[in-house]
Each structure stands twice: as C-alpha cells, then as structure tokens.
Ligand binder design. Structure first.
Ligand code: NAP
Ligand code: GCO
Length: 264
C-alpha cells in the first residue's frame, strides 16, 4: 500500500507556493518523494520560499512567473522541462481574493480575480497537458474553495472564479481522462493563512473577530483548518492511489458543507 502513495521520480509544479497552502502542499508532495518546483510573482518571494524549503530540508526549484501571463507560463514550463524534467503533477494553487460588495466592486477588480483564480489555472493546465499526454499520464489538482459551492457577501468575483474552477476541473477530467490524466480539485474550508488573516484579526478590545467566531460555529470540528490538514489529501490526489479518481472535488473543510449549523 505504501508504494501506492509514493511520488518518487515525479516532478511537481505548485503555483504560488512560497508560503501558505501551496507551501504546505509542496512540502507534503516532497515528503512523498516528488521533486518540487514552484513559482511566485516576485524574486523576493521566490527567494524567501527557497529559504523556507531549504529550512524544511527540501531542495526546491523556484521561478518568477505571473500565472496570468500565458507567454511567461509557457516559458516557465519549457525552462522546468529543460532544467528539472517533465511536469508529472500540477497543483494550480496561486490565487487572490478581493472582499468588496458587488455594487462597489469595479469591473477591473472583478476581472483581476477571475484572471488569477480561473484564467490562470486554464493557462497553466494547457501548458503542461501536451507533455503529460506524451509521457502517458499526469495529475492536475486545482485548488477550489467553499466558494465553489457557496456564496457569501463581498466575494462575488472569487465565488464566480472558484465555481468556474470546479467546472474547469470536471472538463479537463472529461477531455483528457483517455490520456491517463486525472484532474481533480481540493476544496479547502477556512484555513489559517495570510489570505484569511483579516478574518481572524483580534478586535480592539482583544475579543475574537466575529467572522472567526462564525466560522468556528459553522464548522463541525469547531476550528479553522491548518495548512497541514491538506497534506494527506494532496498526496492522495497526486499519487497512484487516485488513478481512477477523476473530476472529483475533495472538500477538506472539517464538515462545513455537510452542516446546517448549531441551533442558537
Ligand atoms: P495566500 O496566502 O494569499 O497565497 C497565495 C499565493 O499565490 C501567494 O504566494 C501569491 O504570491 C501567489 N499569487 C497570487 N497571484 C499570483 C500570480 N498572478 N502569479 C503567481 N503567483 C501568484 O493564499 P492561500 O490562503 O495560501 O491560498 C492558496 C490557494 O488556496 C488560493 O487559490 C486560495 O483561493 C485557495 N483557498 C484558500 C483558502 C483559505 O482559507 N486560506 C480556502 C480555500 C481555498 P504573492 O505572495 O507574490 O502575492
Ligand atoms: C472568505 C474566505 C474564503 C476562503 C476560502 C474558503 O473571505 O470567505 O477568504 O473564501 O478563502 O475560499 O474555502
């Protein structure tokens, strides 16, 4: 059984993985034997990421690349194939969120979120698919969200993008399954990362943020997720253990999507 989860000899590209969920997923894939490649927007973050991987005992390769820039992504994939090897596992992790009421959100802000959270996963998947087909298979994991299934105030662009990413995941699975490429999603619940830090900030009187209290009440496991909670699911979907799992969104949410909420 252990061999089923081994990633030895595999090259994994995790986008936007200098820190946060991407870093934790990359760490897990490395622990299962994969060679880690990651990118970030700025050399400063790539360098910080390389140092963090080194501290974790991981000899990662890091590149500066804006995932919304198709020519930069194509150049990144070509450079990785030359310097590291063909990408066997892609984790489309890079993402942004803008929390603005829809009536106050500019079309430019809406477009930017769609660009990073939906167009970019398309661009990066499109760039790695030809070599995966040539190699006889591969794994694509798109990082979806609770907002792939649910809406809430101020996150219209993000929910539209993550809902679209769920369907892009199913479509890649449908179109490329015959080439032994499995495309699945991971839908994290509310996870403690820089992206959700504003939702967990202590109030001026030292009390917990109302949203923090709300999420803990909405989660059957009564806690925020930790990035390490995504490690096992990521290794599962990146490994031979999931070779017949295709087009599935694996929600790692402590049960939020199953729960109507505690009676007040
Ligand atoms: P995060 O802490 O904000 O990190 C996002 C990463 O993506 C950063 O390294 C960022 O780089 C990078 N990035 C953003 N735009 C990019 C671009 N155009 N090109 C390349 N890299 C880019 O986010 P996170 O919480 O770890 O979330 C990671 C993923 O999980 C996102 O897709 C997010 O939507 C999703 N997610 C998060 C949660 C949660 O509760 N945290 C739950 C469900 C899903 P810079 O540092 O240079 O900006
Ligand atoms: C928000 C949060 C969420 C999380 C995550 C939940 O403002 O509601 O940022 O969207 O990031 O996507 O799964």
């Amino acid at each position: 059984m252990e061999g089923m989860f081994s990633l030895k000899g595999k090259v994994a590209l995790v986008t936007g993985a200098s820190y946060g969920i991407g870093f934790a997923i990359a760490q897990a894939l490395s622990g299962a034997g994969a060679k880690i490649v990651f990118n970030d927007l700025k050399q400063e973050f790539v360098d910080k990421g390389l140092a963090a991987y080194k501290d974790a005992g991981i000899d990662a390769s890091g590149y500066v690349c804006d995932v919304t820039d198709e020519s930069a992504v194509n150049a990144l994939v070509a450079q990785v194939e030359k310097e590291v090897g063909v990408i066997d596992i892609l984790v489309n992790n890079a993402g942004i969120i803008k929390r603005i009421p829809m009536t106050e959100m500019s079309a430019a802000d809406f477009r930017q979120v769609i660009d990073v959270d939906l167009n970019a996963p398309f661009i990066v998947a499109k760039a790695v698919l030809p070599s995966m087909i040539k190699k006889g298979g591969g794994k694509i994991i798109n990082i979806c969200s609770m907002m792939s299934e649910l809406g809430r105030e101020t996150v219209s662009a993000y929910a539209a993008a993550k809902g679209g990413l769920k369907m892009l995941t199913k479509n890649i699975a449908s179109e490329y399954g015959e080439f032994n490429i499995q495309c699945n999603g991971i839908g994290p619940g509310y996870i403690e990362t820089p992206q959700t830090a504003p939702l967990r900030e202590r109030q001026a009187d030292g009390s917990r943020h109302p949203f923090d209290q709300f999420i803990v009440a909405k989660t059957p496991m009564a806690r925020w997720g930790r990035t390490q909670d995504l490690a096992g699911p990521a290794v599962f979907l990146a490994s031979g253990a999931s070779d017949f799992v295709n087009g599935h969104i694996l929600y790692v949410d402590g049960g939020i999507l199953a729960y109507i909420g505690k009676q007040p």
